[in-house]
Design a protein around this ligand. Sequence first.
Ligand SMILES: Cc1ncc(COP(=O)(O)O)c(C=O)c1O
Length: 322
Amino acid sequence: MRRVLARHLGVARSVDAGADDVLITSGAQQAFDVIGRVLIDPGDVVAVEDPGYPPVRQLFESLGAQVVPVAVDEHGIRVAELPARARLVYVTPSHQFPLGSVLSLGRRTALLEWASANEAVIIEDDYDSEYRFSDRPLDPLQSLDQEGRVVYVGTFSKTMLPTLRLGFLVAPPSLLPALRSAKRLTDWHNDYVSQAAMARFIDTGGFARHVRQATKAYGARHRQIIDAARELLGESMRVVPSVAGLHVCLVPVDDAEPFDADRVAADAAAAGVSVQSIARFSQGDHRGLMLGFGAIAPEDVPDGLRVLGRAIARSAHPQPDR
Ligand SMILES: Cc1ncc(COP(=O)(O)O)c(C=O)c1O
């Protein structure tokens, strides 16, 4: 599995790795856990994106870290705002979770320079970069890294099944022995049957074919959701530009207009449409909604967005309770 995966990552993502650089984990979440166990001492400062992926923040807090949120804009994490004391920084460069921005080349370079100057380690979470709907992706931080400061983390949760619990990390030689020990002490190893099946699927070309087909289907749905959201909700909501992944974000056009994302989400849910408030992913104040489209049938998109539009209109013009 490690040999096949290293070759696949080299071809698909320009990740520079051999079999010995790879550690198989139970989903990306266990990769974050073993990295945290090895690198975090209680009280250490760890930087995460804000808005960002809550399970990582919660995990690092549970390991005793002082987790510092760092703002994200259309170029990804604001590197200039990283705390100098951080030992570890967690980022989603290919497709920022949840906003969808791509970490620009300038910021990638700046982040690597920051890590070098501060002797910090960067966790690169490449959770859904297989689904990319535009031009060639930027090279991952892992392949730009000259100093062994990046641990690259991937998962089969988006390309296969989240219930498979199959993920991996690619780490520099200086960190691998400790990461391997942490994994072994946690659960010895992942189950061999699913690893063997997955390795064979990758090795025989089936996985690449599956990802190509899925990317085509999700790309069409991504386009459909964006076009329909602009047409049906464009007066009140703006689509945050995105070129990858299985979700898009919408933010209110008018900052002054009342917008209660929790209420919109609850109203929409009552009518059978599930969306999430971006504020859920932030320590600060973020107005907007995240729409996952991985599991919705294309024919249901327009009606779903109409339901959402009515919930947004009710939030903007609340009726007094009778
Ligand atoms: C930002 C991010 N990272 C990683 C993952 C995948 O986690 P896992 O491999 O543990 O299922 C997800 C899944 O939703 C995610 O949104």
